[in-house]
Design a protein around this ligand. Sequence first.
Ligand SMILES: [Fe+2]
Length: 374
Amino acid sequence: MLTQALLVDDSRSVLNFLKRHIEAEGLVEATTFLDPVEALTCARERAFDLVLVDYEMPHMDGISFIRTFRRLAGCADIPIAMITSRQTDDVKMEALQAGATDFLPKQPQSVEMTVRLRNLIQLGAAVRKLNDRAAHLASEVAAATRKLGEREEEIILRLALAVEYRDNDTGEHTLRVARYSRIIAEQLGLPARLCRDIYLAAPLHDVGKVAIPDKILLKPGKLTDQEMAVIRTHATIGERILADSSCELIQLGAQIAAGHHERWDGAGYPSGLKADEIPMAARVVAVADVFDALTTRRPYKEPMPIEMARNYLVENKGRQFDPACVEAFLSRWDEVLDIAAGGQATPFPKAEAPLAPIIKCPVKGRSPEFAATT
Ligand SMILES: [Fe+2]
């Protein structure tokens, strides 16, 4: 590809000479302008590798041209030579401060001009190669980062699904809790990045259940106090599994795992935190998790009617739940109903494949509120 040069001079004869001179070796294609303002308009539209500009011109002098050109996107490093017969030190200094790379004398066919032009052409080509390489590397890094992020999200989801399969027949609880949580986070006005992260980390809330023995986790009947105490260790175990990660999403998952059974009034577990002491992400997921647990069938209970679950949230606003989180959830009720009914295609990577049922044995025995307290 030929080096693209932009030539600006109010003298047609100088422009013609420069164009012939610079294109002589077949390495450069020059675009000429008598008017510096028109040249700048052109430079906003297309890329140049080298600029030669006159000092004295009507409408805009060479110094102002260089200053404006340097501010255009992608033009910070392009070599610019100012061509003038008035090369006083003051003019040179002003041109340098404006961003000029070099100065060329207005002396046709001088050896000095030929040599310096050749150097400028080589510099322009080198800068373009460097910029192309930098752009290529930047896009490679962006693609690799995106791929890493997608893998991170997928691993989180699959870890959460692996845990959920132990006591749920479809794995869809994990996805619904994520969606409900995103609604709450968005409606609370949390930053977009945090909404996304809460959405992605919410599935980790029950990861500690991996350490709960089957005979307790899958027990169809009422749990003893001792068994309930074992179940409740899943919050602390989940935090321990996820703690100290260098991954921000997993750090957030640790907060959610540790705090999703804390209560607004301080009567929750494992730490008895209350109100703002509970991390925001955990307060969000607490509402989403309980609502979904109440409204879905489990091996030990029938689903609670949606309106009854809504009333449960309202009654426990300011007691079990952060009132703002409940309000946020209820304010987008139509979307909640859509998710509860199985709407919204899953956005998680590769999770579109149907999840094979594992447990199909609805057994009554535990109260619906069990799900809201464990
Ligand atoms: Fe839990």
